[in-house]
Design a protein around this ligand. Structure first.
Ligand code: ZN
Length: 123
């Protein structure tokens, strides 16, 4: 792994907030002042190709990057714009609630839920 890729990966591990390439570029410039946005894109692409990070796309938005390799979905908060990892409840097979074509073998499931988070009553 090149120094640049390491730094890009470090940024993604640091804050699991699903940054865009531009966000990563802004954050990595502290450590690598001469890095270009194109290089950041190349680093992200290489990390995705090697299954070290995941690329996540939400409608209308630029690609975002996720360092969580566990099987999980995403909750997109439409008010704040933040994207949170959501995990499947224990024992739940996410394919079970989809009416898949007969014989379908699932390789990968991508789940994105959009909405807002209502204020929680104080527990
Ligand atoms: Zn994620």
């Amino acid at each position: 792994m090149t120094r640049q890729r390491q730094e890009v990966y470090r940024i993604l591990m640091q804050e699991p907030d699903h940054p865009t390439a531009n966000d990563v570029f802004m954050r990595v410039k502290d450590r690598l002042p001469n890095i270009s946005l194109a290089t950041v894109y190349n680093c992200l692409e290489a990390l995705v190709q090697h299954n070290i990070i995941r690329q996540v796309n939400f409608e209308r938005g630029p690609s975002r990057y996720c360092s969580n390799l566990q099987e999980h979905g995403h909750f997109h908060d439409s008010v704040t714009g933040s994207i949170l990892d959501v995990h499947f409840k224990p024992g739940v097979n996410p394919a079970d609630f989809l009416d898949l074509p007969p014989g379908a073998l699932v390789d990968e499931i991508e789940i994105t839920v959009s909405g807002k988070i209502a204020a929680q009553p104080n527990a």
